[in-house]
Write a protein that binds this ligand. Structure first.
Ligand SMILES: Cc1ncc(COP(=O)(O)O)c(C=O)c1O
Length: 386
């Protein structure tokens, strides 16, 4: 629909995909260019990542989380964290294994295991009493017993965050029951209002059960470069290393060298990226509030998770998103795309600049003010098209 509307000349303001719109910081690009001019870097690279990048990544865990990671045995570079998540799932899953995955969730959390023929059981995303009650139930009633649980905080799509006490409880539970934990920390550096998200690996004994994925994509605006990491439990890292040794030769060496320069170099570029998302968040959330749409202000991630306004709730997220696109020229991600428990919501990514965000807010306002006419017209149009 978006492509068709654009082809017809509509200016669609697009909050749909979490694709960072800012250029990668110049010093990182410069390092890539410098390195690519050295023909020695043109051969096959190293599938688990060049040593310099694994060391730079371990140094990041040390300074940011005070966690020491052995770059040889406890860390691996991936082709973006998505690739790592999917390949770890296929490395450790046998058909019929029970894996606990939040719903709604970032799609690869479910589908990595579905592709590996696991039996995926849903758990809630909100890190409250219901979450642990669901884990208890899953352990009591699943046959076979759950093998792994996937968690992702700060969360995509809901922007939910957790504190270290939550991770302590998870580690305690999973060590007790012999369940592995896969933690996705893709938004480790995209946080607002001063609370850096913790890592599960900060918990004593976490490495007995947990592996954690992080990514360069959002932190340094490097989504197209495809560099991510996994760290933690040695058996899981070894399994991922083994399967990747069959599948790939690692990212192109100049990309890995530039990624190491990003981690070792000046970090003020992250402050700028964070400040930009925060400014957009405030424009969007305050603007929508003024338009009569109350959306919780996310504490982290680059997403707002917006409950569908009551007048449209009966439509579900897909129909509501289609209406927003056709009538307000604003694209959002329907919550159903993240699982059925997301259907009462749409996700807005903070990827449009503040001027276009303001423009979007104005059209959403007139869309909401005329909702009965909007619904009536849309139904008429649909009837005519039939
Ligand atoms: C929760 C989460 N995990 C992983 C990814 C993928 O990151 P990468 O670009 O490192 O594959 C994303 C991207 O949107 C994400 O939101």
């Amino acid at each position: 629909m978006k492509a068709r509307a654009r082809a017809a000349g509509d200016d669609i303001i697009d909050f749909g995909m979490g694709n960072p719109d800012q250029p990668t910081p110049q010093h990182i690009v410069d390092k890539l260019v410098e390195t690519v001019n050295n023909p020695k870097t043109h051969g096959y690279s190293n599938s688990r990542g060049i040593p310099g990048l694994r060391k730079a990544f371990s140094a990041y865990y040390e300074r940011r989380f005070n966690v020491s990671i052995d770059p040889e045995k406890e860390a691996i570079v991936t082709l973006g964290s998505k690739e790592g998540l999917a390949n770890l799932a296929s490395a450790v899953t046998s058909p019929g294994d029970v894996i606990l995955v939040p719903n709604p969730s970032y799609p690869i959390h479910q589908f990595g295991f579905i592709i590996a023929e696991a039996s995926v059981q849903n758990i809630p995303v909100a890190p409250d009493q219901n979450f642990f009650a669901a884990l208890e139930l899953a352990v009591q009633h699943s046959v076979p017993k759950p093998k792994m649980i996937v968690i992702n905080y700060p969360n995509n799509p809901t922007a939910e965050v957790v504190d270290i006490a939550f991770y302590e409880q998870i580690v305690d539970f999973c060590r007790h029951h012999g369940i592995y934990v896969l933690s996705d920390l893709a938004y480790s550096e995209i946080y607002f209002d001063g609370n850096p998200p913790p890592s599960i690996l900060q918990v004593k004994g976490a490495k007995d059960v947990a592996v954690e994925f992080t990514s360069m994509s959002k932190t340094y605006s490097m989504p197209g470069w495809r560099i991510g990491f996994a760290a933690g439990n040695r058996e899981l890292i070894a399994a991922l290393t083994r399967i990747k040794s069959y599948l790939d030769y690692g990212a192109f060496t100049p990309i890995q060298v530039a990624a190491a320069a990003a981690l070792n170099g000046p970090q003020d570029c992250i402050d700028n990226i964070r400040a930009l998302y925060k400014e957009r968040r405030d424009v969007l959330i305050n603007g929508l509030k003024g338009a009569g749409w109350d959306v919780p202000s996310p504490l982290a991630t680059m997403f707002a998770w917006a409950p569908i306004p009551p007048a449209f709730a009966h439509l579900g997220s897909l129909e509501f998103s289609k209406l927003l696109l056709s009538e307000a020229k604003v694209a959002v991600a329907p919550g159903i795309g993240f699982g059925e428990h997301g259907d009462g919501f749409v996700r807005l990514a903070l990827v449009e600049n503040k001027h276009r965000t303001r423009q979007a807010v104005r059209s959403v306002k007139s869309f909401l003010e005329n909702y009965d006419k909007v619904i009536e017209d849309a139904e008429k149009k649909r009837a005519e098209a039939r």
